[in-house]
Design a protein around this ligand. Structure first.
Ligand SMILES: [Zn+2]
Length: 120
């Protein structure tokens, strides 16, 4: 069992080191949309095909509130990489949490066995 913990600890360290190299990160996703403008006489109000855009919005939800940032097309690849980094970090944290849970379970087992030994 202690061997299992050692393996898990190594795995934990490995994933932790992968996290160190993750760069800027941003929660959310890119939404592409076409919009009508504020000029009532503009043709965008008459026909959907004349709507302006595409506009790239970086939208994210925080405590039920949606936040949107208009992203210039030139920055799209960079912003996309931030989003990828965020999702990557989230998945790594989930792995670290899983490993930690396994360690707790093993430690509980070890403790139980020790307590049993003491009784006998
Ligand atoms: Zn318009």
């Amino acid at each position: 069992m202690e061997n299992n913990i050692k393996k898990l600890e190594e795995e934990f360290e490995k994933v932790k080191n992968e996290i160190i190299n993750i760069g800027y990160l941003k929660k959310g996703s890119i939404v592409k949309c076409y919009q009508t403008c504020g000029t009532a006489s503009c043709k965008c109000h008459k026909d959907k095909q004349f709507r302006h855009g595409p506009y790239l919005w970086l939208t994210s939800k925080n405590n039920g509130k949606t936040k949107s940032i208009l992203i210039p097309e030139q920055l799209l690849p960079e912003v996309k990489s931030y989003i990828e980094n965020f999702n990557l970090l989230k998945s790594k944290v989930a792995v670290l949490e899983e490993i930690s849970e396994k360690i707790i379970k093993i430690k509980i087992e070890i403790l139980r066995k020790e307590l049993k030994k003491r009784k006998n």
